[in-house]
Write a protein that binds this ligand. Structure first.
Ligand SMILES: [Zn+2]
Ligand SMILES: [Zn+2]
Length: 142
């Protein structure tokens, strides 16, 4: 993502709402976005070269941004339909150690499950990448 894209997104931030799951009987309008989660979607050409096709940009509220930086929760996010679900790591059967797991297809949009992915970019030390408030914090942790 270049600087112009970034600034454009930041200019719209005040009008955005959190797109992550806050449970049933909640309305996105009640959760104003405080940041964007930016995920480069691409593929590995070989061991060295990674090709980023596009950026997935998800507006998130302050609560969700905080949860994504802490170790209590793992977010499961379907990149096909945008549905998400939080898993409490302590209660989960599996041992989750990532902050976000990306699903390629989920029961809500298709039954063709295309796989599970995670980002482990050294730049952000396995943490999700934010572009507004948390950017500084993340670069300090590296
Ligand atoms: Zn939220
Ligand atoms: Zn889905």
């Amino acid at each position: 993502m270049d600087e112009i894209d970034r600034l454009q997104l930041l200019a719209q931030l005040a009008e955005e709402h959190c797109e992550l799951n806050h449970g049933p009987q909640t309305r996105p309008e009640d959760y104003p976005a405080s940041d964007y989660l930016v995920i480069p979607i691409g593929y590995k050409k070989n061991d060295i070269e990674e090709v980023s096709v596009r950026d997935l940009v998800i507006p998130v509220c302050i609560e969700c941004a905080q949860a994504l930086l802490e170790d209590e929760w793992t977010l499961l996010y379907c990149i096909d339909c945008g549905n998400s679900r939080w898993v409490c790591r302590e209660m989960a059967r599996n041992h989750y150690r990532h902050h976000i797991l990306w699903l390629k297809g989920c029961p809500d949009c298709s039954y063709e499950f295309g796989g599970l992915y995670f980002n482990e970019t050294p730049k952000v030390a396995g943490h999700p990448e934010f572009i507004a408030n948390y950017q500084h914090l993340l670069s300090c942790m590296c």
